[in-house]
Design a protein around this ligand. Structure first.
Ligand SMILES: Nc1ncnc2c1ncn2[C@@H]1O[C@H](COP(=O)(O)OP(=O)(O)O)[C@@H](O)[C@H]1O
Ligand SMILES: [Mg+2]
Length: 344
């Protein structure tokens, strides 16, 4: 096994059972459906997609906060389901969207940041304070705020507190779920730059989840695009933005290109037509919204195809594989030489 692979996500799914309303029974809601990913040591992997596509569910699975319905997640080759909660939190930590609700308002900043040290019984109170001061310096907060409650801080400062707490145990991985989405546009770039600096200083690996394409383009080395619980395209960031392959990725990029440039970091639109994960369309789940849909898309689910270093799950590419190189077709996954620009 490649030792640079820190996290290996193998065909992971998470299904919830949701009520349709009084007396109408429960239906399965498939929030994450067969996601496979690898996270290389030291990289930033971006995960992008519209609201409701399963990003936060995937984040909770990666953090071990929820169990997978099927599939498995390996951390350095070990299933996270067999790693104790305490041990897992030393290796993988979250930064969530909302620094307002994720910080207990009755604690001081010092108590909030030192919590992981106390939970793991690391050091004397004096040593813990020294570590907290070091973290506060690293995230660019003044030490005088240590005795304040978090509600006296600005949104950006609170997110710095959350980042300090996530990093105080020097985890290998930080899963950032919409880390700047609740912040003013003017503060977003500062927090992203801080995350970037800390990554280099502390040698930490990020999973960066955002509905905002500009955020992942700025931060990530590789990007995975999620739609209705699946990764529909994955590629190195520059390639994905220069030559999106999946019609859905194209749609997301087009929607951003037409956005008002004065609005700062543009958000991908949250379309009213986004389907419910309780009624996922058959065939390719994107086909009802796809401008490129053709015969097989309504009935046959596409398999992920590896194209160069990236992958895409779309019949436009599968068909070209059958025509050009039928002999390399493998069950479930097809290898083919890069066919750049075949959508244009
Ligand atoms: N605990 C839960 N119980 C039932 N449904 C859930 C639960 N968590 C998330 N969902 C549903 O799963 C889908 C994906 O949600 P989520 O992972 O939060 O998406 P995202 O973070 O991309 O907006 C949504 O339809 C959401 O309503
Ligand atoms: Mg979310």
């Amino acid at each position: 096994m490649n030792s640079d692979i820190l996290l290996d996500v193998d065909d992971v799914a998470r299904t919830y059972s949701v009520s349709k309303g009084l007396f109408r029974g429960r239906v399965p809601l498939r929030a994450v459906r067969g996601v496979s990913l690898t996270l290389q040591r030291g990289e930033v992997l971006g995960i992008v997609g519209e609201s409701g596509c399963g990003k936060s569910t995937l984040a909770r699975l990666l953090l071990g906060l929820e169990d997978t319905s099927s599939g498995r997640i390996l951390l350095d080759g070990e299933p996270i389901s067999s790693i104790s909660r305490l041990r897992l939190t030393r290796r993988i930590q979250p930064v969530f969207q909302d620094p307002f609700s994720s910080l207990n308002p009755r604690k001081t900043v010092a108590a909030l940041i030192s919590l992981p040290l106390r939970a793991h019984k690391i050091g004397t109170p004096r040593e813990q304070l020294r570590k907290v001061e070091e973290m506060v310096d690293l995230v660019g907060l003044p030490r005088r705020i240590l005795d304040s409650p978090p509600n006296q801080l600005s949104g950006g400062q609170r997110q710095r507190v959350a980042i300090a707490r996530a990093l105080i145990m020097r985890p290998d991985i930080v899963v950032c779920d919409e880390p700047t989405s609740a912040l003013d546009v003017s503060v977003q770039a500062q927090v992203l730059n801080l995350l970037q600096d800390l990554r280099e200083q502390l040698n930490v690996t990020y999973v960066l989840i955002s509905h905002n394409l500009a955020v992942v383009e700025y931060m990530a080395k590789r990007v995975a695009v999620m739609y209705l619980g699946r990764i529909v395209e994955e590629n190195e960031t520059a390639a994905l933005f220069a030559e999106p392959r999946h019609p859905y990725t194209r749609m997301l990029l087009d929607s951003v290109l037409t956005a008002d440039p004065d609005l700062g970091l543009p958000d991908a639109p949250i379309e009213s037509s986004y389907p419910s994960p309780t009624a996922i369309p058959g065939g390719c789940s994107f086909h009802p919204r796809c401008v490129r849909a053709f015969a097989p898309c309504g009935t046959v689910p596409p398999s992920p195809l590896r194209l160069g270093v990236g992958s895409v799950e779309c019949h436009l590419y599968a068909d070209s594989v059958e025509q050009s190189a039928p002999s390399v077709r493998l069950p479930g996954e097809t290898t083919v030489n890069d066919r750049e620009g075949s959508l244009s």
